[in-house]
Design a protein around this ligand. Structure first.
Ligand code: FAD
Length: 328
């Protein structure tokens, strides 16, 4: 009897040895699919395995950890990573390769699918097994306005990029596994890097993605001179200041402060939105917050559908009072 093809979760770290962002969520999904299909789950790590890697692999139910360590993988290069991955997939024939979606995996996942003649789905939210044993994958579409369910059939392999915050990481039921670790060799010498970084994104200081408290302002602030209210409240609460996209487009704030589908995907304990309507593209970046507080003068604003606490009123009057209260 031929062995069922494995499910592979592929990750790499932004800086070598660091725990890869989204790995636990991707492993959670990979485990679920592997269980449903009665097959093995492998975690493929490109570059250095993080210190807690084997423990994490066991906790999330991986049957094996495969590692490709090569000097060429030390810094991200779409072409080099793609070659390493394509070589591995040709050797191991996975039925599903799961990535955690990021700027880098956006560059690699579709090209990997092209090389393998695999089906590819980006902005993935979930995969479930149907009664007939087939897989159904859900992905968000139209800038996050809707979700589409796809039947995965007709290809020998699928590449799936799981969107940030799409699901909660959950350790495998039934306790940890004891995965083995294989070192996989890959010939990466002479792979030409066809994408060159001309300017690094600014990354100094704390990141919105890691913040516990975020205070964000939207067009309801009326003008750039009022954005200081957002910054002062964020500071008083020990958090960071964010913004909706129009504020970035208008040049009021730096693009690193944009929350949303085309900005930062955040998961704070508290997200306070002032003068933000609650468009789906904005909410894609903050709806995973534990508590959303909204200030909007329109009682029918969409943001109130997401908010745990809503204040109907003028944010230019309410924000100074909140700043004073937070300072006390
Ligand atoms: C492909 C695509 C990607 C996008 N990506 C993003 C993204 O990443 N992030 C993002 O934010 N947007 C994104 N957008 C834009 C998004 O659709 C909305 O246009 C945007 O989020 C609206 O920003 P806003 O809520 O600040 O402004 P508006 O929609 O103009 O809302 C302003 C709100 O402020 C309220 N208000 C006005 N005055 C006051 C006051 N004095 N006090 C209190 N409330 C007041 C109004 O009632 C209104 O609800 C994207 C759009 C597309 C098509």
């Amino acid at each position: 009897m031929t062995e069922a093809k494995p499910v592979v979760v592929c990750t790499w770290s932004e800086s070598q040895g660091e725990f890869p962002v989204g790995a636990e969520e991707a492993l959670t999904l990979g485990r679920k699919v592997a269980n449903a299909l009665g097959t093995r789950l492998h975690w493929l790590v490109l570059g250095t395995l993080p210190e807690t890697g084997m423990e994490t692999a066991g906790r999330f139910g991986a049957d094996g950890v495969d590692q490709i360590e090569d000097a060429a993988l030390e810094a991200f290069s779409a072409d080099v990573y793609l070659n390493a991955l394509a070589g591995y997939c040709r050797q191991e024939s996975p039925m599903l390769v799961v990535f955690s979606q990021s700027v880098e995996t956006r560059l690699v996942a579709p090209r990997l699918a092209g090389r393998l003649e695999a089906g590819v789905l980006m902005n993935g939210v979930d995969i479930v097994a149907g009664d007939d044993g087939g897989l159904q994958a859900t992905a968000s579409a139209y800038g996050g306005d809707t979700q589409v369910v796809y039947e995965l059939s007709g290809a020998a392999c699928y590449v799936f990029a799981l969107a940030a915050n799409a699901l909660q990481a959950e350790p495998a039921e039934g306790g940890p596994t004891q995965p083995g670790c294989r070192s996989i060799s890959s010939d990466l010498g002479g792979v030409e890097d066809r994408i060159r970084v001309v300017e690094e994104a600014r990354t100094e200081g704390p990141r919105l993605e890691d913040a516990d408290v975020i205070v964000s302002g939207g067009r309801g602030l009326g003008g750039p001179e009022n954005y200081g209210l957002i910054e002062r409240l964020a500071e008083a609460l020990g958090g960071l200041a964010g913004a909706s996209r129009p504020l970035v487009d208008e040049g009021w704030v730096d693009s690193s402060q944009q929350v949303g589908l085309t900005g930062k995907i955040t998961r704070p304990a508290l997200y306070l939105a002032a003068g933000i309507s609650g468009a789906s593209q904005h909410m894609a970046g903050c709806s995973a917050a534990k508590t959303i507080v909204a200030i909007n003068k329109d009682p029918d604003a969409a943001i109130f559908r997401y908010a745990r606490f809503g204040i109907v009123g003028d944010c230019l009057e309410i924000l100074p009072e909140l700043i004073q209260a937070a300072k006390q």
